[in-house]
Design a binder for this molecule. Structure first.
Ligand SMILES: Nc1ncnc2c1ncn2[C@@H]1O[C@H](COP(=O)(O)OP(=O)(O)OP(=O)(O)O)[C@@H](O)[C@H]1O
Ligand SMILES: CC(=O)N[C@H]1[C@@H]2OC[C@@H](O2)[C@@H](O)[C@@H]1O[C@H](C)C(=O)O
Length: 372
């Protein structure tokens, strides 16, 4: 009999906009009962500390190494996650005793799959002590030890959600448009193909923040007033990343930001939205079949300019584009839900990654358990 557990997933992603908190009741297999979600934004000062953490991590070669300043940021990140859990429990009137496990992603500060190196800061034992709840953390490392890319990990959860579409004989592709975008395609006969597909919001965010101080393009309104600069789009879309047969997982800094003066604010935002959309379509060429339906989650689904570009390109190829909400999901919550799901799978020693998701040689579990 599979044990159903109550799990809370904690995701702090490459956009560094805050902590996503989501509750799931699941057996880590086919039983999934989604619970509430809470987004806890970071203030500008801590976002600055996280960006500093990326700089501090750059010279590292050992995933456990923590120079003192990086260790301080890691502790602050951990305390903020503990506070987010407390706020979540209070908001939804839940006792810590009602929660079996926290799935704790932490913050990726360095990701070099070619070197078999990925570093997420976040102190799992400290989070367990602070919350009184068991924590599964460090879920990417074991995949890399076994030759995988260490990312993406949400595909195991997407595959569990796709069941209702498979029954209809449809091929469906989940698209997470986060800082980086990633795809999980489930073919009509159930085969999973997943990989990072290119820059998502991160180039748009960096461009808008550099020009206006705002951290993103709300609704894609700025881009909506611009036009695509073809020469800039070609520069990004000609990247070897889109031609390689090896699907590499990406780090936030793998695509250089636009430089000041290369375009007007509006044209730059529009061009980068176009690049984010075109990246998905170009990467989808590596899927075994063109998806009948794309289901878009992640913050990028709220950029109407990006979504209009993507819908036009996808529909030209005969695919339908829906947002997570149009298919009964919560596009903001899915990554945190996935981390709750993966934490339960980790407790049962079930695989988190597969040859079709990270390129790992064989299905492998992962994660480290810290008890309070
Ligand atoms: N209302 C909005 N309009 C336009 N864009 C938005 C809106 N809300 C969020 N975004 C975009 O979504 C981003 C956050 O998305 P999300 O939380 O999915 O990224 P992430 O999880 O940090 O990234 P990753 O999945 O790469 O780790 C923001 O940085 C912003 O670019
Ligand atoms: C190393 C790392 O943190 N990668 C992230 C990033 O953000 C999106 C994409 O690249 C994805 O591969 C991954 O996160 C999601 C949650 C994943 O592992 O599925």
């Amino acid at each position: 009999m599979n044990v159903i557990r109550t799990a809370i997933g904690l995701m702090s992603g490459t956009s560094m906009d805050g902590i996503d908190v989501a509750l799931l009741r699941t057996d880590g297999r086919g039983f999934i009962e989604r619970g509430p979600f809470l987004g806890v934004p970071y203030d500008a000062d801590f976002r600055g500390q996280l960006k500093r953490a990326l700089e501090l991590a750059r010279p590292l070669h050992d995933r456990n190494e923590r120079p003192s300043e990086l260790r301080e940021i890691e502790l602050e990140l951990t305390l903020r996650h503990a506070a987010a859990v407390t706020a979540f429990l209070e908001r939804f009137e839940l006792s810590p005793d009602a929660v079996d496990v926290l799935g704790f992603h932490g913050q990726t500060v360095l990701h070099r799959p070619d070197e078999g190196l990925t570093i997420q800061i976040g102190d799992g034992p400290e989070l367990a002590r602070r919350t009184g709840i068991s924590v599964v953390y460090d879920m990417r490392a074991n995949d890399m030890v076994h030759g995988g890319q260490g990312a993406p990990l949400v595909p195991a959860y997407h595959a569990a959600l796709a069941g209702k579409f498979q029954q209809a004989g449809q091929s469906v592709c989940f698209v997470n448009i986060g800082g980086i975008s990633n795809l999980t395609a489930i073919s009509s006969d159930g085969r999973i193909s997943a990989f990072d597909s290119g820059p998502g919001n991160t180039l748009i965010d960096q461009w808008v923040e550099m020009q206006t101080g705002r951290t993103y393009d709300p609704g894609g309104e700025i881009g909506g007033r611009g036009k695509v600069v073809a020469s800039l789009a070609e520069r990004y879309l000609e990247s070897p990343f889109f031609r390689s047969n090896v699907r590499r997982s990406l780090d936030r800094g793998d695509f250089a930001p636009l430089r000041p003066g290369e375009a007007s604010l509006e044209d730059g935002a529009r061009t980068l939205a176009h690049i984010a959309a075109a990246s998905i379509i170009k990467s989808a060429d590596f899927l075994p079949e063109t998806p009948s339906t794309y289901i878009v989650c992640g913050g990028g689904r709220l950029n109407r300019t990006l979504m209009a570009e993507f819908s036009t390109m996808a529909e030209r190829l005969g695919s339908n584009v829906l947002t997570a909400e149009e298919t009964g999901f919560d596009g903001d919550a899915m990554e945190a839900e996935a981390w709750a799901y993966l934490a339960v799978r980790s407790l049962d020693g079930l695989p988190l990654t597969f040859p079709g998701t990270t390129g790992v040689g064989a299905p492998v579990s992962g994660g480290v358990l810290a008890k309070p």
